[in-house]
Design a protein around this ligand. Structure first.
Ligand code: INI
Length: 153
């Protein structure tokens, strides 16, 4: 029997971050956490490109364009959809999650999901590094692991 599992060393990996500007007080923290985590795992600053889109709804569009470039070993998506602020919360959450999942399975490189969906701003802030860890950092670690596993698949 053989086990295959990705590691967390990001040397020579080229990564794109696609982030929504909506609720930027939260998403900037997610981006900061992601970059910090990538740097800690040997991804060079020169190998990280951050693409900002207006809101979570626009994330899949940018991801599919970037995938066509074949320039990245992995792509991370970061956003914050907050229920208190929109009537179309459920629509945005489910369409964005489904679109990113589709891109992930149709692409040759991993796409990880770091779009927070919370009931209120407070909860989002907690998950962007205040108390409940930083989801950007966690999403970066998942991407590192998947990029490494992808080299073995
Ligand atoms: N986009 C978000 O990323 N988070 C939100 O909470 C949000 N709210 O509340 O509406 C939001 N809306 C904008 C949406 O993502 C698109 O940018 C917009 O509909 C234009 O296509």
């Amino acid at each position: 029997m053989k086990n295959y599992k990705g590691g967390f060393i990001g040397q020579n990996k080229h990564v794109a971050i696609v982030a929504g500007e909506f609720n930027t007080v939260v998403t900037q923290k997610l981006v900061d956490g992601a970059i910090e985590s990538l740097s800690r795992h040997a991804v060079s600053d020169n190998d990280i490109d951050v693409y900002w889109v207006p809101g979570a709804f626009e994330i899949p569009f940018a991801v599919q364009k970037l995938l066509k470039k074949n320039a990245y070993d992995g792509i991370m998506t970061l956003g914050a959809v907050i229920k208190g602020e929109t009537d179309h919360y459920d629509l945005i959450c489910s369409s964005v999650a489904a679109a990113i999942a589709n891109l992930n399975t149709s692409a040759n490189v991993p796409v990880t999901f770091g779009v927070l969906t919370t009931h209120d701003l407070e909860q989002a802030v907690q998950r962007a590094g205040a108390k409940a860890g930083n989801e950007g950092s966690a999403t970066a670690k998942s991407l590192l692991e998947m990029m490494s596993l992808n080299d073995q698949l």
